[in-house]
Write a protein that binds this ligand. Structure first.
Ligand code: APR
Length: 244
């Protein structure tokens, strides 16, 4: 297991760095994670609501959940973990940030190139005419929201059982396959295909570094795992790489 200074060296020298983030990087911004404590919403589990079947069965209930999540995210601010990654992007020649999060906090922190694997909570998608619309209303003006064409809007996020956007996934896999350092932050690494990206990178020669509060299925494979809060560890880990 490589030491802290060794990792800092890898990050300071690497030309190609890829980062995969999950809900854990937004936890310190006050956005609840899915599988940790407090990850529940009322008596429902995300697995019960974030599905096409749940939406078909009851669009109102699903939209009430997303309206609640949008309100939580709207009150959240990017934390030092998001900000450190935005700084790293400016220092590394070839940097790719891949996120499973739909909260938009990376973009608000200043990250430019963000591959949104699971979509965006601020995007609405019309089931009638296919319109994709950015909407920041908190609360939503009507639940469920409707398009000007009269069609029903659904949240612009990827649900369990749905395919990820093919172009985004292709870019993510290409970046992972060419990474020299792959940093995986705040994900339980149990949802595919995101959870395969770190291993794809390592199989192609990347150093795999994990930041989490606890062990994940990736920990045994990682070249280094650091246990702690992303908002505290990332700024320290990256300080060598982002110093002017
Ligand atoms: N710093 C670092 N890691 C943290 C922190 C923190 N402050 N807080 C929590 N974590 C870790 C937890 O230990 C856990 O491993 O973040 C991870 C959060 O895991 P999940 O809640 O499963 O979130 P994620 O991995 O992003 O879920 C993947 O599943 O529900 C679907 O589409 C949804 O994108 C989501 C996907």
């Amino acid at each position: 297991m490589a030491e802290w200074e060794t990792i800092q060296g890898w990050l300071a020298e690497a030309e190609r760095v890829v980062v995969l983030t999950g809900a854990g990087i937004s936890a310190e911004s006050g956005v609840p994670t899915f599988r940790g404590a407090g990850g529940l919403w009322r008596q429902h589990r995300p697995e019960d609501l974030a599905t096409p079947e749940a939406f078909a069965r009851g669009p109102r209930l699903v939209w009430e959940w997303y309206d609640w999540r949008r309100a939580r995210v709207a009150k959240a601010e990017p934390n030092p973990g998001h900000l450190a990654l935005a700084q790293l992007e400016r220092r590394v020649p070839d940097f790719t940030l891949i996120t499973q999060n739909v909260d938009g906090l990376h973009q608000r922190a200043g990250s430019q190139r963000v591959l949104k694997l699971h979509g965006d909570i601020w995007t609405l998608h019309c089931l009638g005419c296919g319109l994709e619309e950015t909407n920041h209303d908190v609360p939503l003006r009507e639940i469920p929201p409707r398009c000007s064409c009269g069609g029903l809007f659904r949240p612009g996020v990827i649900w369990f059982g749905e395919a990820l956007p093919a172009d985004v996934l292709r870019h993510a896999m290409e970046a992972a396959a060419h990474a020299q350092v792959f940093l995986v932050v705040g994900t339980s690494a149990v949802v595919q295909p995101a959870a395969s990206l770190p291993l794809l990178a390592q199989q192609n020669g990347a150093k795999l570094v994990e930041i989490n509060l606890e062990e994940t299925p990736l920990s045994a494979q990682a070249d280094a795992s650091f246990w702690g809060k992303a908002g505290e560890l990332l700024p320290r880990l990256l300080e060598a790489a982002v110093k002017p």
